[in-house]
Ligand binder design. Structure first.
Ligand code: GLU
Length: 311
C-alpha cells in the first residue's frame, strides 16, 4: 500500500457479537494503518437500526478495546446519517441516473437473469423504462426502492491482498438499489459516502465483499470521490473448514478471553493469516512493527484447533 497519509477504518455491522473473523479484519485494518503511521476510525454500520442495538455496538467496542485497538475519533453511527445519504441519492437522481423500482422480492427472485457461478444476482431491468403514468399508478400501491443505472464498462479493483479483480456492472450486477423501499439507504451508497466524508484512504475488509466493490468504485466515480486502497482479507474457517459466521459469535472474546490472554489471541489471529510463523503470544506493538501486506496470505485461513477445544 502507498506511502501517502493513511486513514484506515473498521466498519462492523453489530447485528451479533463480533466473531474472530470480524476481529481479524479489525486487527489487520489497524495494523496496516498504524504501520503506515496513519489514523484509524471506527464506524458502526447500524443502518438497519432495529437489528443492530446499541448494546451490541458497545460490546463490539469493548472487544476492540480489549485487543488494544484504538480509534482516533468518536465512532460514526450510520443510523444517525440518513439525511446525508439522502442528499447523495438526490444528487444521483438529479444526474438522471436513478429510477423507482417497484419489484417485490418474489418478482426479483423470479426475474433474476442467469449469471456466472456464485456472482451477485443480475437485475433484469423490469422497472428500468417505466413511463410517468406507470410510475404514478404503481406508487399508489407500493413504495418504490431507488435503483441506479450502471454503465457497460469493466471496472477493476486493484486489491492489496487478492490482486486485481474486474467486473462489468451491466453484465455482472445490473442496475442496483441505492435506497430501499422502506426508505433506508442501501449499504453501498452509505459505505461510499461515509468513507469519502471521513477521508478514509484504506479499506480493509473480508474478501466476501470484493465482488461488490466495483459497485462502490462506480459510485465513487459518479460522486467524484477518490477511490481508497482496498485489501480484502481471507475469511476464517473452523478446523473442519467451515467459514465462521454470526452463529459463531459465542466464539467471541467474551468466552475466549476467559481462556487466553490478549497477546495469545492476537498471536493466534496473526498466525492464522501468516503474519507469525508459529502460534505464540505476541503484543500489539510487535505486530505493528512487523506488519507487511506481503506476508498476509490471500487464501482462507483455518483457526488453530485449541481455540475450539472447550469453547
Ligand atoms: N459492515 C460490513 C460488515 O460488517 C463491512 C463493510 C465494510 O467494511 O465496508 O461486514
Amino acid at each position: 500500500m502507498s506511502a501517502a497519509p493513511v486513514t484506515g477504518r473498521f466498519a462492523p455491522t453489530p447485528s451479533g457479537r463480533l466473531h474472530l473473523g470480524n476481529l481479524l479484519c479489525a486487527l489487520l485494518a489497524y495494523l496496516s494503518a498504524r504501520r503506515a503511521g496513519g489514523r484509524f476510525l471506527l464506524r458502526i454500520e447500524d443502518l438497519d437500526a432495529p437489528r443492530c442495538p446499541r448494546s451490541l455496538a458497545k460490546a463490539a467496542m469493548e472487544d476492540l478495546a480489549f485487543l488494544g485497538i484504538r480509534w482516533d475519533e468518536p465512532p460514526l453511527y450510520q443510523s444517525e446519517r440518513a439525511q446525508i445519504y439522502q442528499r447523495y441519492a438526490e444528487t444521483l437522481t438529479q444526474m438522471g441516473l436513478t429510477y423507482p423500482c417497484f419489484c417485490s422480492r418474489a418478482q426479483l427472485h423470479a426475474a433474476f437473469a442467469p449469471n456466472r457461478g456464485d456472482a451477485l444476482p443480475v437485475y433484469a431491468g423490469a422497472c428500468a423504462h417505466l413511463t410517468a403514468e406507470e410510475i404514478a399508478l404503481r406508487a399508489r400501491v407500493r413504495r418504490p426502492a431507488l435503483r441506479l443505472r450502471v454503465s457497460d464498462e469493466t471496472l477493476t479493483v486493484q486489491d492489496g491482498c487478492q490482486g486485481a479483480y474486474s467486473a462489468n456492472l451491466a453484465s455482472d450486477c445490473g442496475d442496483f438499489i441505492i435506497r430501499r423501499s422502506d426508505g433506508l439507504c442501501a449499504y453501498h451508497l452509505a459505505v461510499v459516502v461515509d468513507d469519502a466524508l471521513s477521508g478514509v484512504t484504506q479499506v480493509v475488509r473480508g474478501r466476501d465483499i470484493l465482488p461488490s466493490t466495483p459497485q462502490q468504485i462506480y459510485l465513487q466515480r459518479l460522486l467524484r470521490f477518490p477511490t481508497p486502497e482496498y485489501a480484502h482479507i481471507p475469511l476464517l474457517e473452523d478446523p473442519e473448514g467451515r467459514r465462521l459466521a454470526k452463529r459463531d459469535g459465542d466464539l467471541g472474546l467474551s468466552s475466549l478471553s476467559r481462556r487466553f490472554s490478549r497477546d495469545a489471541i492476537l498471536g493466534m489471529l496473526a498466525f492464522s493469516v501468516g503474519l507469525l510463523e508459529e502460534n505464540r503470544p505476541c503484543d500489539m506493538d510487535a505486530l505493528i512493527a512487523g506488519f507487511d501486506w506481503a506476508r498476509v496470505r490471500r487464501e482462507d485461513a483455518r483457526l488453530p484447533s485449541e481455540i475450539f477445544a472447550g469453547a
